[in-house]
Design a binder for this molecule. Sequence first.
Ligand SMILES: *Cc1c(COP(=O)(O)O)cnc(C)c1O
Length: 368
Amino acid sequence: MKIPLVDLKAQYQAIHNEILPAIHDVLEAGEFINGKYVAEFENSFARSIGAQYCIGVGNGTDALFIAMKSLGVGPGDEVITAANSFIATSEAITMCGAKVVFADVDPETYNINTAIIEEKITSKTRAIIPVHLYGQPADMDPILELAKKYGLYVVEDAAQAHYAAYKERIAGTIGEAGCFSFYPGKNLGAYGDAGAIVTNNERLASKIRMMANHGRVSKYDHEFEGVNSRMDAVQGAVLNVKLKHMHSWTTKRQDAADLYTGLLKNIAGIVTPVVREYAKHVYHLYVIRAPFRNKLQDFLRSKGIATGVHYPKALPNLLAYKYLDHTATDFPVASKNEGEILSLPIYPELTVEQIEYIVNCIRTFFHV
Ligand SMILES: *Cc1c(COP(=O)(O)O)cnc(C)c1O
């Protein structure tokens, strides 16, 4: 059996009857950047997650950069974020001219360890970016408390967490701004690059909208220098179609995860995802920890099963951050996880038979 890590073709086959006419409409309308399809998506997405404003942008990395830059984060500032994430999170901090400050992660959820944020705060700290990694929200209450105590902005990296929830609040609507990616492989994915920023702050929303569009007030009237990061109308139209399926797709991801967890539970040495009581986890990734991880990954590959490692190197251990002069002992949890974490295939179309096959192969590997 051949099982990919994500199966975008299976999803397209299921919805192509809706997608093709939607793209056709955009081509007929001849309005390719922003415009009514993007506005429709912005409004529907904002409404569906309970945010007041949504601004479509070019991608999730830009969403983080534009949100922080619009909040005034810049040279001389420090921004704290998690040691385990995709590099886009910390890249966006550097893009603003600010300094990246990493905090180690929680050993069970892999999200930022809120107990060690305070010791990272200095007089230069301006913001915290919690990442809702793999689809499980970070523990937001202690982060909001620290933000209040020290006067910091909280910008959520919700790129992996569409419709995840922390207590009663949907991920992305909890901090000053929430940043989403619609990269094709994300839970809500476009057919190219796209992203969005949500906020309940009207002034910030209009600043963000201008920042993403050359600081523009009208066509050739620019209040400040911004950037060019807008959503394509084709992506807006695709996202409008996909938005209607998100509830069902999210439930299917959760069902797949529950089945995995039930079947993997009694295999000694395997650690299944820990879901906190405050969290609605949307399983962008289903990440286990396993002994002999590399050998297990090779074995599963030989059985036709694609797996991933998110991420093979914690951010502070990358060459890109060598200038920060960290050692692996500065981030013991994130550094230890590098060799143990394994992402198993997960997507809404994954079948019970496929999951059972994957778990049986894991059993065979461990001789149980
Ligand atoms: C995908 C991702 C991003 C960046 O999104 P792009 O749309 O690829 O620019 C940022 N943060 C996290 C955690 C991501 O997974």
